[in-house]
Design a protein around this ligand. Structure first.
Ligand SMILES: *Cc1c(COP(=O)(O)O)cnc(C)c1O
Length: 414
């Protein structure tokens, strides 16, 4: 059979350009990471050819002997990694996994409580344009204006007032530990189902660097492609009493056939995350984030909550008189990818908000440590300060390229 290069030189060339970009640029988007070659090999395997609607031992198609073996192994590894009673590995991505949880645990129109998007939550936690906000009756809790932290007394106040059927804990842009037990006790008080969305921090939890909510919460979802460093996808973990409802909503409720090649890659990523080296990775990711945040604060930047307990930080740029968009564009020019971010109580619009979100999972995967994290913080500051000076930005670009070459990613045969 023909190779990609022979069959489709255009797409092949685009992939080669993207590989070079990833090699030569610094990835500080908190939700991104670099998978291993082993994970990519599973993604590109013949398992992509298979249909296997249903679950292990109960498929609607023939020829699933080996797929069943693969899915059984993936589930066993995920259970071991997170200590879950039940795992569904079939969700195609984080948002559909969350959709399945809503369908399994509450009814349309039911009251649900989640963290507001511009306070660090996710679209699927009740934003009005998302299926969650459209189909369920959401109340949202906020972070405290002074500390920028979630105040559990306020969460309790809202929960007692609103009496939600389900309470969501989890975030896309929040840098502090979550008090899982406090959420659980509030939920018990009002009789709500507890749902944790650990998409951002699953790798840090798997690496034992952060507290694991799986034993505490009823249902937990995570993407597999962020700190967990696997293929794009998600899983749902739950207590046995939610097993039937969760499985039924994933298939046939929402999805048809699972993506077996991706699920095999999830199994590979769980195996990698079970190794001692992954613990070191999780710990180092947090150390790097703390070093980067510390250096930025030294240089006069306001970091929300004045630091971080995890892999990410949100930088409030108002004291530097630049906007999130200006900073994002300047950083892109020097070869640093990050994402602009609203900050709580932001007076600016989402397309040009007051902050940027930075994360260290990807640069830690490259092998960078705290010395490099501090160096990168300095380069970020240089780029933001000289955002209008292209000659200066070009000089910083050269420094970033040099740094990346010291920490090669996949090498020449990506
Ligand atoms: C990334 C993320 C998701 C969505 O994952 P997708 O795979 O992009 O659909 C859901 N919840 C949280 C908290 C996230 O950070």
């Amino acid at each position: 059979m023909h190779s990609l290069k022979q069959t489709d030189p255009e797409i092949s060339a685009i992939i080669a350009k993207e590989a070079l970009r990833q090699e030569d640029e610094l990835e500080l988007i908190a939700s991104e990471n670099y998978t291993s070659r082993a994970v990519m090999e599973a993604c590109g395997s013949v398992l992509t050819n298979k249909y296997s609607e249903g679950y292990v031992g109960k498929r609607y198609y023939g020829g699933n002997e080996y797929i069943d073996e693969m899915e059984t192994l993936a589930i066993a590894r995920a259970k071991e990694l997170f200590g879950a009673e039940h795992v569904n590995i079939q969700p195609l991505s984080g948002s559909p996994a969350n959709l399945a949880v809503y369908m399994a645990a509450v009814k349309p129109g039911d009251k649900v409580l989640g963290l507001k998007l511009d306070h660090g939550g996710h679209l699927s936690h009740g934003h009005p344009v998302n299926f969650s906000g459209l189909n369920y009756n959401f109340s949202q809790y906020e972070v405290d204006e002074k500390t920028q932290r979630i105040d559990m007394n306020k969460v309790r106040e809202v929960a007692l007032r609103e009496r939600p059927k389900m309470i969501i804990a989890g975030f896309s842009a929040y840098s502090r530990d979550i008090d899982w037990k406090a959420f659980k006790s509030i939920a018990d008080e009002v009789g709500a189902v507890t749902f944790a969305d650990i998409a951002h921090i699953a790798g840090l939890i798997a690496g034992k660097a952060l507290e694991n909510p799986v034993a505490i919460f009823d249902i937990v979802t995570t993407t597999t492609h962020k700190t967990l460093r696997g293929p794009r996808g998600a899983i749902i973990m739950c207590k046995s009493r939610f097993q039937k409802d969760v499985d039924r909503t994933v298939f046939p409720g929402i999805q048809g056939g699972p993506h077996d090649h991706i699920n095999a890659a999830k199994a590979v990523c769980f195996k990698e995350a079970l190794q001692p080296s992954f613990r070191a990775y999780a710990t180092q990711t947090i150390k790097n984030a703390q070093a980067m945040a510390g250096e930025l604060m030294q240089r006069g930047y306001k970091i929300l909550t004045d630091g971080t307990d995890n892999h990410l930080m949100v930088v409030d740029l108002r004291s530097k008189d630049v906007t999130g968009k200006i900073a994002e564009v300047a950083l892109e020019k020097v070869g640093i990818s990050c994402s602009r971010s609203t900050i709580p109580f932001d007076t600016r619009k989402a397309l040009d908000p007051s902050g940027i979100r930075l994360g260290t999972p990807a640069l830690t995967t490259r092998g960078m440590g705290t010395a490099e994290a501090i160096l990168v913080a300095g380069l970020i500051d240089d780029a933001v300060r000289h955002h209008a000076d292209d000659a200066k930005l070009n000089g910083i670009r050269a420094q970033i390229r040099e740094l990346c070459r010291q920490f090669p990613l996949y090498g020449n045969d990506a």
